[in-house]
Design a protein around this ligand. Structure first.
Ligand code: IVH
Length: 668
């Protein structure tokens, strides 16, 4: 590509990526899938790597990078970041509305209601439309500078869509969706790390990381709701301001509504009370603001909070239930967890039937007894927990639960390792551990054996058909037909799926083995570094510690795993069964850089015949199709292109000239 064209291509990619981020995060109406977005991002990164002069500060490739830092720098907010006064009931809402009317000497005051997201308040500074500084709220006067961390948020535009000169300070909330929060906690529990109590703590922890690479992994979201000195932007109302933010490319929640009187405000609060559990993020209340911005100045602020806004807080939903039973569940690593089975109650958007009591100490501290009336709540509106037992309601027939000193499943004597809270079953062949282990082995992140669900795993272990993962690879359709609900067809299918899983890559296998502290990410790191089971097995603790991302805890766990005869036997048997134990030689990301992309060829290329071009595209994972549609990723135009080129232009499909095409193939 000629220098001018390279520059043009980089600019086009940047613009397009920005546009797609806007459609995704602000309009909530994406027009391409994640793979396509990632492919464009990769193309831009490749271009910039080859020609660093093409890199710009607002390039989406600049979101992550650079070394972790030593400490945060403090920043003073030019205008303090205030907090809001809380109100808790209708009466207090009415009182607020009346006070505002009285002070403004008007009855026709319009309010805006917005959900209050439970996240971390941040200040975002744009200079001439480019994001230059991000800071946390801190104590309201002084916060911490977290620019690089915030740049990793894909929903944060690195440059605005509307041309703006001078400084713009926007404020908003960084948060995590319920789903990402649940996945994060699951992964943490897998690594035996303390789960976060709520999405706000998780988001705050992620933003306040010295290494932005960790922030990037947490999938944080942004919603903005405030502009400092909005009058300079010609804005007169908060409701207008929210639209202005969206037009500038800044995400907002988009759930705001204007309310003409107090009844409308209360109506919004009532509507949100139930609906908030269906939103993808946790909201703990409603923020009520005076809509007309000039009124903000008239009403003023106290030292702590504005007088033109309050936050209505929903009480954490708590309900009573009865403990029907307490049982102990045995986890994959043998940990014994007491769980209360409850009289079902509807709570914060779902039916709760059980609540974990975490461990023996917690059970004893809360003194929860079978038959007790308990108060149940969802921590962070997500995880059900027992707040307390109502001991005053006991009738005398409630039974204290005696924590077993033996594993309830295999009967082995339970042990408590000094320094750990968990009490464990030490028997590695314990059917409960084996079931969980096999289920994990077959899970999506593991060997991804489709159709091998919990019910089948349970039967396989109970009928002694599987004692070790390798036994799975010797199952026959006839044997499977003996299981409940397994007919001839499903048995054949399952054996087929088990067979296919032999080819899963090494990272999947390492994850599947369930080595302590080795989650999907660590498994991928290890596979990428050692590339084969033998090399990993032979690695000393020092060798392991040399790998970036592997700390002492993981290294010790890996060594212990590979020194255990039973594990070595499982690995040997898996290998004998034909399970792949190493990464193929040519395994590399760029080798299938066109995975899933659709190409249309038109005109004559100098460098390749049409057939050669097609073969090259297919070798890299792409496909060549006959006609252009909105689903086409690229039209490759050689000399004398035909009508396909015009069609591409009409539909806004990217057109590559020969140089750009060669670059994409890695041949230029
Ligand atoms: S307005 C000067 N709007 O709640 C007032 N705050 O308890 C600026 N919050 O510190 C705040 N959603 O972190 C506002 N729609 C919303 C909000 C919101 C969440 C947070 C924010 C603030 C805290 C006050």
């Amino acid at each position: 590509m000629a220098p001018r064209e390279k520059e043009r291509r980089a600019r086009a990619l940047r613009e397009e990526l920005k546009e797609h981020a806007y459609r995704y995060y602000v309009l909530d109406a994406p027009t391409i899938d994640d793979d396509r977005y990632d492919a464009m991002l990769r193309e831009l990164a490749d271009l910039e790597a080859a020609y660093p002069e093409l890199r710009t500060a607002d390039s989406p490739t600049q979101r992550v990078g650079g070394a972790p830092r030593e400490a945060f720098v403090k920043v003073r907010h030019a205008i303090p970041m205030l907090s809001l006064d809380n109100v808790f009931n209708d009466g207090e809402v009415r009182h607020f509305v009346e006070r505002v009317r009285r002070e403004l000497h008007r009855d026709d005051v319009v309010f805006v209601c917005e959900p209050k997201i439970d996240g971390l308040a941040v200040s975002l500074l744009y200079e001439d439309g480019v994001f230059v500084r991000g800071a946390t709220r801190g104590d309201g006067t002084t916060g911490e500078e977290v620019t690089r961390n915030l740049k990793t948020l894909r929903s944060l535009p690195l440059s605005l869509r509307t041309p703006l000169s001078g400084t713009l300070e926007v404020r908003g909330e960084v948060f995590m969706t319920r789903r990402d929060f649940a996945a994060l906690n699951e992964a943490r529990e897998e690594r035996e790390e303390q789960p976060f109590a709520n999405p706000r703590n998780a988001a705050a922890g992620a933003v306040r990381q010295l290494d932005p690479a960790i922030t990037a992994q947490r999938r944080l979201q942004l919603a903005t709701y405030h502009v400092v000195h909005p009058e300079y932007r010609g804005l007169a109302r908060q409701s207008e301001l929210l639209q202005w933010l969206r037009d500038a490319g800044l995400p907002t929640q988009g759930e705001e509504r204007c309310a003409d009187d107090v009844e409308a405000v209360l109506g919004y609060i009532e509507e949100m009370r139930g609906r908030r559990f269906t939103l993808p993020y946790v909201t703990d209340g409603v923020v009520i603001k005076v809509d007309a911005l000039p009124d903000w100045g008239r009403l003023g602020t106290t030292a702590k909070s504005p007088r033109w806004s309050v936050a209505f807080k929903y009480p954490p939903e708590e309900k009573r239930s009865t403990v029907r039973e307490i049982f102990v569940s045995v986890g994959r690593t043998g940990s014994l967890t007491p769980v209360a089975r409850l009289e079902p109650v509807h709570l914060a958007g779902s039916t709760v039937r059980r609540a974990s009591l975490h461990n023996r100490d917690e059970l004893e501290r809360k003194d929860v007894r079978i038959g007790d009336t308990v108060v149940v709540r969802k921590a962070g509106d997500i995880i059900p927990e027992i707040v307390c037992s109502l001991s005053e309601e006991r009738k005398g027939d409630e039974e204290p639960f005696v924590f077993p000193d033996h594993c309830p499943v295999c009967g082995a004597e339970a042990v408590r390792i000094p320094g750990e809270v968990a009490v464990r079953c030490p028997n590695r062949s314990c059917p409960a551990q084996l079931k969980e282990g096999v289920f994990h082995f077959a899970s999506r992140g593991g060997m991804n054996i489709i159709g091998l669900g919990e019910k089948i795993v349970n039967q396989l272990v109970e009928k002694d058909m599987v004692r070790d993962f390798a036994d799975l690879y010797h199952l026959t359709p006839e044997e499977l037909q003996g299981l409940e609900r397994m007919g001839a067809v499903s048995s054949e299918k399952l054996v087929g799926q088990i067979e296919v899983s032999k080819e899963r890559s090494l990272d999947h296998l390492l994850y599947a083995l369930g080595i302590r502290y080795v989650g999907a990410k660590i498994a991928a790191t290890l596979a990428g570094h050692f590339r084969g089971m033998e090399a990993l097995r032979g690695a000393s603790e020092e060798d392991l510690l040399d790998v970036e991302g592997i700390g002492p805890r993981i290294a010790v766990s890996l060594r212990a795993f590979f020194e255990d005869g039973q594990n070595l036997q499982t690995i040997r048997r898996l290998k004998e069964a034909g399970v792949a134990m190493s990464l193929p030689e040519e395994h590399g990301a760029e080798e299938r850089s066109l995975e899933g992309m659709r190409f249309v060829l038109t005109g004559e290329l100098q460098s390749h015949t049409r057939r050669e071009a097609q073969e090259r595209i297919e070798a890299l994972g792409g496909r060549v199709i006959g006609s252009v549609s909105s689903r086409t990723d690229y039209v490759v135009a050689g000399e004398k292109p035909g009508s396909k080129m015009t069609k591409a232009q009409e539909l806004g499909v990217a057109v590559l000239d020969e140089q750009a095409f060669l670059h994409l193939l890695g041949e230029a």
